[in-house]
Design a protein. Structure first.
Length: 140
């Protein structure tokens, strides 16, 4: 079987050289588009928003703070999931974006969308520095 393969390659040298050149070209193209990161981040970008209003029940915080923030940020590009948790005087919203999105871009887009939220006076939502992709910047 090996002899017949060698005989075929020797009898059709031009075809073998063209196939070899195509193989090298495809390999080089694949290598050029390969994403190589020294320290890859396996977690998608996660933005955590915290809003506080003292003395409010969880139902009031949910109605007047958490839901308006969720509605305001729902149109952020690349947003995959919105999770929220509301307790006495505190609304906590977690936004998870698609893998491969730039953390700084989605953070800026979230800040832009937060400006559109209609919130009660004195409520200032902040983005927590403890997001999933923010941890990689603390080590560098």
């Amino acid at each position: 079987m090996l002899r017949s393969l060698i005989a075929f390659c020797l009898s059709r040298r031009l075809l073998v050289l063209v196939a070899f050149a195509a193989f090298l070209g495809l390999g080089f193209a694949a290598f050029a588009t390969l994403n190589i990161e020294a320290y890859p981040d396996p977690a998608p970008p996660i933005i955590e928003i915290i809003a506080q209003q003292q003395g409010q029940s969880p139902e009031e915080v949910e109605r007047y703070i958490t839901i308006p923030i969720e509605v305001a940020v729902a149109s952020t590009p690349g947003l995959k999931f919105i999770r929220s948790n509301t307790v006495y005087g505190l609304g906590f919203i977690r936004l998870q974006f698609e893998y491969g999105r730039d953390y700084h871009f989605v953070r800026q887009q979230t800040l832009n969308r937060l400006k559109d939220a209609v919130l009660p006076a004195g409520v200032m939502p902040v983005i927590s520095p403890a997001g999933a992709s923010a941890r990689s910047f603390a080590t560098s």
